[in-house]
Design a protein around this ligand. Structure first.
Ligand code: ADP
Length: 497
């Protein structure tokens, strides 16, 4: 491995040996063509990864099925809770290593990896450890018209694991996204095959090792690396009961088709967003502007809920534009592991080109860049935090998910107008409202069609906060009790006594 920065915590993992697939508790080389993963800040190759072939997918699914109906089923809920705690503890113990791997592989700053996402991943396991012992059904006295003479009809519902789950995750927050799926699925008693994104598989592989060490039985968790064809094979596999997915809306649509064409497997889809940010004239701008800047620029805008469309009431419009432009200019780009770096690179050169083309097209369409707007550096995939004004509502940069550090700011004159603009999107993932008027905050949040509305904050997450997309931003919910429901079926048992 060559990087401009030597690993301090992850050297043993990045030891030069090719990485493998986790199938049935063993690490094996996949049948597909090996591929490299690289540091997006330097382009240096970090590791060579295995690619799962069709037989590997079948073997992982078969191992998951066997575990599900075998030893894993015999585990008590308390035993599942304990193993989830052990995983959380292992993540904490190895937090420096996992954070370093995440930053090398994805590009995000050390602060984001080490103090936000890796600890949050551990908390997902702790949170759902608590739920494992609280999964209960109901008893029912059914109003059956025919009651056998001398007998009574009673019924109960039993909650069962949905079965073999394929967890397909994206590259923006790889470890946290994996934890958000693994933790509730394991708490529910499912067996899970994790398919990380091809650009960012390292923490999934290390987490796989830690889960095995923590005592997760063979087959209960598998890790299959590779590109979208591996995900597609899982999605069309007749013995996979459920796909839980975070990623693009285009892939979400492919998954619905694959489910329909195979076994109607259950789907939870966390898809794209184009989240509006509504700033009213009475907002406390001293906190609003930095909050909005964090809401778009964190993780270089590679966040599904990134507040990419800012609408500012005309009385504060100039201040909001100037404040966001100043915030954009103040952020220091650099290698995520360099001290003083605020923002790392985008995940890949390919993605940087996509981000740049949205901005360039916008400018050709009449928009004006007031800060940033350029790719920087000879190496890596850095892109400046960018603030754009005068962007027409039909421009792709106003309608499509850019997934980069690019924000548009548009003035508005009244609440009805801005609510209509906020809702004028196929997406419905998140929004934020900035105002010191509590009634307005509630009225506006009621009117916005989105899975999450933040008031005077943006991008606040916790395992307790249910998260999901309305409209074309997804199906189903993650986090909280709703997140557990994803992984449970209900069986009604009706009997005469
Ligand atoms: P992006 O376009 O932002 O890379 P994707 O939705 O393509 O996002 O990728 C998210 C995850 O979905 C990755 O793990 C990727 O390999 C996987 N994936 C891509 N295409 C498919 C597909 N057709 N079926 C299943 N998984 C896929």
């Amino acid at each position: 491995m060559t990087t401009s920065i030597a690993p301090r915590h992850s050297a043993a993992f990045l030891d030069g040996n090719d990485k493998r697939l986790l199938i049935d508790g063993r690490w094996i080389a996949g049948a597909g063509a090996p591929f490299e993963t690289s540091d997006p800040a330097t382009g240096a190759v970090l590791a060579t990864l295995s690619s799962a072939g069709a037989d590997d997918v079948d073997a992982a699914v078969a191992a998951a099925r066997a575990a599900l109906h075998g030893k894993w089923r015999a585990w008590t809920p308390a035993a599942r809770a304990r193993v989830l705690w052990h995983i959380a503890d292992a993540i904490d113990v190895h937090a420096d290593e996992l954070a370093e791997l995440e930053t090398f592989d994805q590009g995000k700053s050390w602060a984001t990896s080490r103090f936000a996402e890796i600890p949050s991943a551990a908390e997902q396991f702790r949170y759902y450890a608590g739920w494992a012992t609280k999964i209960t059904g109901t008893t029912i006295a059914p109003s059956i018209t025919y009651q056998p003479p001398g007998k009574r009809v009673v019924a109960q519902t039993v909650r069962e694991p949905v079965g073999v789950v394929a967890a397909i995750v994206p590259w923006n927050s790889p470890m946290l996204m994996a934890a958000m799926k693994l933790a509730p699925a394991l708490a529910a008693g499912c067996a899970v095959i994790l398919k990380p994104a091809e650009d960012t598989s390292l923490t999934a592989l290390r987490l796989g090792e830690l889960m095995v060490e923590a005592g997760v039985p063979a087959g209960v968790v598998g890790v299959l690396t590779g590109d979208g064809t591996v995900g597609a094979r899982l999605a069309s596999h007749r013995d996979v009961d459920k796909v839980t997915f975070t990623g693009s809306t285009a892939t979400g649509r492919a998954l619905t088709a694959a489910s329909g064409a195979s076994n109607l497997k259950r789907l939870t889809l966390e898809l794209g967003g184009k989240s509006p940010v509504l700033v009213f004239g009475d907002a406390e701008l001293d906190t609003a502007v930095p909050g909005i800047a964090r809401g778009i620029f964190s993780n270089c805008g590679q966040v599904c809920v990134a507040g990419s469309r800012v609408y500012a009431e005309r009385s504060v419009y100039e201040q909001v534009v100037d404040g966001l432009a100043a915030a954009a200019r103040s952020l220091r780009l650099g290698h995520g592991l360099d001290e003083g770096t605020d923002l790392g690179p985008l995940v890949s050169r390919r993605h940087r080109n996509t981000v740049a083309s949205y901005v360039d097209d916008g400018v050709r369409g009449g928009a004006t860049v007031v800060a940033g707007g350029r790719a920087v550096g000879e190496i890596g995939s850095f892109y400046e935090p960018t603030v754009v004004v005068d962007a027409g509502s039909d421009l792709p940069m106003m309608r499509e998910e850019i997934f980069g550090p690019v924000v548009t700011v548009t003035p508005f004159d009244d609440a009805e107008e801005v609510i209509a603009w906020a809702n004028d999107t196929d997406y419905g993932l998140a929004a934020s409202v900035w105002t010191s008027n509590l009634s307005r905050a509630h009225r506006v949040s009621d009117a916005i069609r989105a899975g999450t509305v933040w008031i005077n904050c943006h991008s606040y997450f916790a395992p307790e906060l249910v998260k999901g997309g309305h409209k074309e931003s997804g199906w189903g919910y993650e986090n909280g009790a709703a997140g557990l429901e994803n992984y449970l079926e209900t069986k009604t048992v009706c009997l005469t006594v």
